[in-house]
Write a protein of this length. Structure first.
Length: 193
């Protein structure tokens, strides 16, 4: 009887861990990397047709301090925003890019020449870290206070997006202003210089 018990104990100690490990799916124990974000639109996004109007550098004096952006950073942010829009995708809970309201009585924004103020103008964050905003709607990124404004059109014959630069803006005030139409508190935007 004692020898059977020892044999059984040997079996449990020797083979059970092996059997248990094999029973587990190897992937269940693997550390998963976050999903890689890819754009649905893989065509070309052109630099703004009016890029000559973009200053070599711009400073945004926001409620959070001053940030200076090179022309290349502004162009890259416009192109990134247009790629999101053409892909039908958005970034962060702010769902960027989205239409810029330019709320009368709240925002003091003027558009660049070549930007059609009667058509949709989109707003997209330009980050003071130098990085481009990337990721889906659940990405948790501090988008800061600064935005680029742009318009775009799709050239289906060439699978290209054409862009127009409309401005660089910032939340310039610590104070909120009531939207004249809804009464909702808004943080005003003004142009960067």
């Amino acid at each position: 009887m004692a020898s059977r018990f020892i044999t059984l104990l040997f079996f449990v100690v020797a083979f059970l861990p092996f059997s248990f490990a094999r029973a587990l799916d190897a992937n269940a124990l693997a550390v998963r990397a976050p999903p890689v974000f890819t754009f649905k639109f893989t065509g070309v996004v052109n630099a703004p047709s009016n890029q000559a109007e973009i200053p070599a550098s711009q400073t945004c004096n926001s409620r959070a301090g001053a940030n200076t952006y090179a022309k290349t950073a502004v162009i890259d942010a416009v192109k990134q925003g247009a790629r999101y829009k053409q892909s039908g995708q958005v970034a962060t809970k702010g769902k960027y890019p989205h239409v810029f309201a330019n709320t009368p009585g709240v925002d003091t924004v003027t558009f660049e020449t070549g930007c059609n103020a009667n058509a949709d103008v989109f707003e997209f964050p330009i980050l003071n870290t130098g990085a481009l905003l990337s990721g889906g709607p659940s990405v948790k990124t501090n988008v800061g206070t600064d935005r680029v404004l742009f318009q775009m059109s799709f050239d289906s014959a060439n699978n290209e997006v054409d862009t127009v630069y409309c401005g660089t803006i910032t939340h310039s005030s610590q104070n909120t202003v009531k939207d004249p139409k809804t009464g909702k508190p808004l943080q005003p935007f003004s142009n960067c210089s």
